[in-house]
Design a protein around this ligand. Structure first.
Ligand code: PLP
Length: 449
């Protein structure tokens, strides 16, 4: 098909992240024009169900007028201000107060940034700063997990446990260690029960800590449900098994809620759903329903007290982003949280999750689908070359990408993560819309046979 004018201009001027760039010229970029509800429309007017809420982020879908009004009002009133040097503005305070109320662990204060990567990057800086402050300068290593996704800055990409984010970028940095991925389907040994799998992962974590030396390890970072690694839901008891080991060795637990936060798993935070008891939390994405970029760290008192004490000792707290806590993002986030609360988003997700689960489970009948998993309104279907042996396709990624492309032809956008098809629709999705989404996906799978 010849490229449209919008496609040709895009190709000539834009570098596309997370894209097989050598192939883009063949298929052409998919240039979106507008969106409404769970739907987006390309510049040719073709309709798609946004089955991924963009990048796991447009919780309230597209075209929400209340968010547009909140943004417009804030733009008129005070389009920019910052928090440096003790300055402040109302939207940043109001949002911080709300976040403290709903946080999954005791939170003293909120530190803002603009993205999930920046939030996680900052978490590590604070963990280092904290250990220097308390006279443990050798306690600096960070444990993450294979298949984790924590972002793309130098540190957050190092925490990420995916080869594609490391290869030829000279990452990960030396202080990061990756422990096991808690995916039972892929990593359990022959005949191992879920409980045995969890116990083995906990034992491996303990032995990593002991080998490295607990006095050298500052923190562990984890997503409650691993999103961009392939929608991996740890088995029952996973966090309950690893948390005491971290406690025992004075290792802080950082909860990356960038995808799971704000209702996605059927609670305000994924930590509650998965039994995680974090010390500190990173949030972004659905906090603003993606109508503006914003990230934040929800910090416990032992960190905020330390920051104040360090300032007394060494002077100004030397960290901050120009756009951290941007008033536009904060005003939109305040309105987003108000809408989530008013429409009882947590209750809504819980009410419609059973249909989402039923439809995703039905995909497992397809000859290409080896494993399906879901919690709340996030799920994955893993495609395999052989269901009996779980053998993956070679090369990985090809089949998932092809099915995702067929999905676009049938008017649904899903994401291929290797050969896992991920689903994460806007949380406002209704039951008939869930059926429509999976009907379109089933057509795409049928094309892939
Ligand atoms: N953490 C998690 C769990 C994520 O899924 C992502 C992005 O998908 C990030 C961090 C990075 O966020 P950002 O792309 O806003 O930097």
């Amino acid at each position: 098909m010849p490229l449209t004018n919008a496609q040709a201009r895009d190709l000539a001027a834009v570098v596309h992240p997370y894209t097989p760039l050598h192939k883009l010229r063949e298929v052409g970029p998919l240039v979106m024009g507008h969106g409404k509800g769970i739907y987006v429309y390309d510049t040719q007017g073709k309709e798609y169900i946004e089955g991924m809420a963009g990048l796991w982020c447009t919780g309230l879908g597209f075209g929400n007028e209340e968010l547009v009004d909140a943004a417009t009002e804030q733009m008129r009133k005070l389009p920019y201000y910052h928090l440096f040097g003790g300055k402040g503005m109302e939207p940043a305070v109001e949002l911080a107060e709300k976040l403290k109320e709903i946080a999954p662990c005791p939170v003293d204060k909120v530190l803002y940034c603009s993205s999930g990567s920046e939030a996680n990057d900052t978490q590590i800086k604070l963990a280092w700063y904290y250990n220097n402050a308390r006279g443990k300068p050798e306690k600096k290593k960070i444990i993450s997990r294979v298949k984790a996704y924590h972002g793309v800055t130098v540190m957050s990409a190092s925490l990420t446990g995916l080869p594609n984010n490391h290869r030829d970028f000279d990452l990960p940095v030396a202080s990061v260690r990756h422990t096991d991925c808690p995916q039972y389907y892929r990593f359990a040994t022959e005949g191992e029960s879920e409980a045995e799998f969890v116990a083995r992962l906990a034992a491996n974590l303990r032995s990593m800590i002991e080998t490295e030396g607990p006095e050298t390890i500052a923190a562990m970072i984890a997503e409650p449900v691993m999103g961009a690694g392939g929608v991996i839901i740890p088995p029952e008891g996973y966090f309950a098994a690893i948390q005491p080991i971290l406690e025992e060795h004075d290792i802080m637990l950082i909860d990356d809620e960038v995808i799971c936060g704000f209702g996605r798993t059927g609670n305000w935070f994924g930590a509650t759903t998965l039994g995680m008891k974090p010390h500190t939390v990173s949030v972004a994405k659905q906090m603003t329903s993606a109508y503006a970029p914003l990230g934040a760290l929800l910090l416990p008192a032992f960190i905020t007290d330390m920051l104040e004490q360090q300032s007394a000792k060494i002077g100004t707290f030397g960290h901050g982003f120009t756009y951290g806590g941007h008033p536009l993002g904060c005003a939109i986030a305040v309105k987003t949280l108000e809408i989530y609360q008013r429409m009882d988003i947590v209750g809504h997700v819980r009410r419609i999750a059973p249909l989402f689960e039923k439809r995703i489970k039905a995909l497992a009948d397809h000859p290409l689908v080896g494993n399906v998993r879901s919690v709340g309104l996030v799920g994955g279907a893993e495609l395999v070359a052989d269901k009996a042996t779980k053998r993956s396709f070679e090369p990985a990624k090809t089949v998932g990408a092809i099915v995702a492309r067929y999905g676009e032809a049938h008017g649904v956008i899903v994401r291929a993560i290797g050969d896992t098809i991920a689903f994460c629709p806007p949380m406002i999705i209704t039951e008939p819309e869930i059926d429509e989404m999976f009907d379109r996906v089933e057509k795409a799978l049928a094309d892939g046979e």
